[in-house]
Design a protein around this ligand. Sequence first.
Ligand SMILES: Nc1ncnc2c1ncn2[C@@H]1O[C@H](COP(=O)(O)OP(=O)(O)O)[C@@H](O)[C@H]1O
Ligand SMILES: CC(=O)N[C@@H](CCC(=O)OP(=O)(O)O)C(=O)O
Length: 249
Amino acid sequence: MIIKYGGNAMKSPQLRRAVAAEIAALRGEYLPVVVHGGGPFIERELAARGLVSEFRNGLRVTPPELMDVVEMALCALNKRLSQEVGQAVGLMGRDSQLLQAEILDPALGRVGRITEVNAELLQTLLGAGITPVLGCIAVGPDGDALNINADTAAGAVAGALGQGIVFLTDVDGVYRAYPDPASLAPHLTRAEVEDGLASGWIAGGMIPKVRAALDALERGAPFATIASGMTAGVLAAAVRGEAGTRITP
Ligand SMILES: Nc1ncnc2c1ncn2[C@@H]1O[C@H](COP(=O)(O)OP(=O)(O)O)[C@@H](O)[C@H]1O
Ligand SMILES: CC(=O)N[C@@H](CCC(=O)OP(=O)(O)O)C(=O)O
């Protein structure tokens, strides 16, 4: 089971520790793999250096000098998170070629498109009872870091392992009429998601999530759920299919 964790749902240390404990509690029944982002942490480190970044189609334009800061921010967060999950090993995609990628579009700088996931290493760790906590930096063909959207990275890992995925975020799931919480869709098919993307009722940060969900499903993941990481107790319910939005093939 892959858990994508990132964004606003990660900002409060108390909340992060509660979610980490929930991930650890899943270990009785599942073998969790955590893939994390950390947009707010990256923003903080950039701001501390007087740097600003621009997003294009939801992706941070990442020239080499920004890449160093992005990597540093995510590495620090990775260690904190792996400690909070416990019985875990914190890794970045550069470790043992875990995430290999190529430049997505030179205009975006060091932003990558994943070409390969070292699923064997993840399986070895899981087999030893260790939870991998993976930060969304990949290694490029030149041996240097590439910045990967964390939803995309998590979807690729779920696809490579052929396992279900829960995206924890700052809303309860996918709304048919965002931001009306009464319009939460408990279940969406691929066709409905494609309609949402085409007609625009799925927008902004939800786009990379549903795209990553569809990508994981296409590669054999049995389900993909988008659920809230802002409230304690949601993760276990989402895993059971009782919270959030479950997308099925
Ligand atoms: N149909 C929709 N249902 C729910 N959220 C949506 C929808 N369309 C756009 N969004 C936006 O997507 C956001 C989640 O994406 P994002 O902020 O990137 O999350 P994260 O930082 O957790 O990766 C929501 O807070 C909301 O603003
Ligand atoms: C290429 C790209 O945009 N990478 C993202 C990686 C972090 C991320 O995705 O974090 P969240 O899950 O917290 O949004 C970024 O630089 O912000």
